[in-house]
Design a binder for this molecule. Sequence first.
Ligand SMILES: Cc1cc2nc3c(=O)[nH]c(=O)nc-3n(C[C@H](O)[C@H](O)[C@H](O)COP(=O)(O)OP(=O)(O)OC[C@H]3O[C@@H](n4cnc5c(N)ncnc54)[C@H](O)[C@@H]3O)c2cc1C
Length: 390
Amino acid sequence: MTAPLTTRPPAPAAARSDDFRAEVRTFLASPEVREELRRFSDLPAGREPGHLEVFRLLGERGWLAANWPVEYGGLGLRAVDAATVAEELGLAGVPDVAHVLSVDIVGLFLLMAGTDEQKARHLPPLARGERLATVLYSEPGVGSDLGSLRTTAEREGERWRVTGRKIYSQKSQFASQALCAARTCDGTGSGITLFLVDLTGPGVRVSPIWNATEERFDDVTLDVLVGDDDRIGPLHAGFAVLNTCLALERTGIDYQAKVRRWFDSVRDTAEQLGLLGDEALRQRLVALDTEILAGRLLAYQAVEAVDAGAVDPVVSARSKWFNTELARAVVELALDVAGLAGTATRWDGEPGWRETVEGIYRESPNLRLSAGTSEIMLKVVATLGLGLEG
Ligand SMILES: Cc1cc2nc3c(=O)[nH]c(=O)nc-3n(C[C@H](O)[C@H](O)[C@H](O)COP(=O)(O)OP(=O)(O)OC[C@H]3O[C@@H](n4cnc5c(N)ncnc54)[C@H](O)[C@@H]3O)c2cc1C
């Protein structure tokens, strides 16, 4: 008899959230959610899910931004509870890009740096899942080195004229707003300021950048006027806030959940194919399962640092790097387990693309690139963590 290969003891912090986790998991397993997930897995190539009903339903319960204050649409819970929701979304296969962009990045930036008036105006619709917001940081030739961005914002009376070109954003075709980083001066601070740009108004052009995955990137050209009441955070010195937010959003929770989901699917496939009697494969599965458990602990360590008010960019970078590099190992394993069948797509009669080996093969590099590449994560740990000069 073969012993079960996958064990999932709760992470220390997660143990405290067990009732909440069970409630979220039950909801995500409900027929209405499963039916919506089935519908988007049937979307033709080039068509991706936008504003999902599941987010509105999560928002109704206050779960979309569980750790936000109640007056802004959250439940006033801890970061570990918000992480529980993110993890369950990943495990349930709910596409999380819109949630990450709207709540974990734009919402977080507003919470950290917005005025009370800006928070009251913008956060509740994001928390209710009624509005999507996206992130316009990267530019042609400007990704890892964000400090060199060229989009400008110049004063025009009471407003700002924001002009430039942004690439690699996602969901801009569905979002009504975007958090946009622009250069406001060359002198004091870093000279970078953040603005909340209305994407539905004049002066915005969005076109697709097709890539290997099912979710497109956007190329966004801006020549827009933004009111000073939508300038978010400090003038000329937004870069420091942006960097703090990056550490907060790099806990790795969503990545590790996705990797766990992929691993479990590979394990199940190996079982269905009758491969679990192969000792070498069993050892590989056990080793990878253990690494994924370790990645989960690293991710919860980063989340607990948030709850303790001691966000540590090194802890976050380590978790982000470790969990996303694991994706590569899971995909290699998936290819070995599935063999030639692993090249089949959903158009070959396979289940939805998120379940197929070729689907995760195409998606996995994204994990190592978005929110800071693996090399940049290593650089953060080397310089800030180990004190190694570059
Ligand atoms: C799935 C996904 C979603 C994204 N979503 C958004 C979004 O919503 N909004 C947005 O603005 N952008 C988004 N991006 C863009 C993302 O932030 C950039 O792709 C990322 O920062 C890397 O920038 P780059 O592509 O310009 O690569 P570059 O910065 O040019 O890097 C190229 C290579 O050089 C390496 N490298 C660069 N600098 C160093 C260094 N100092 N030391 C060592 N190695 C280095 C990198 O690791 C990489 O391997 C997204 C990207 C992906 C993949």
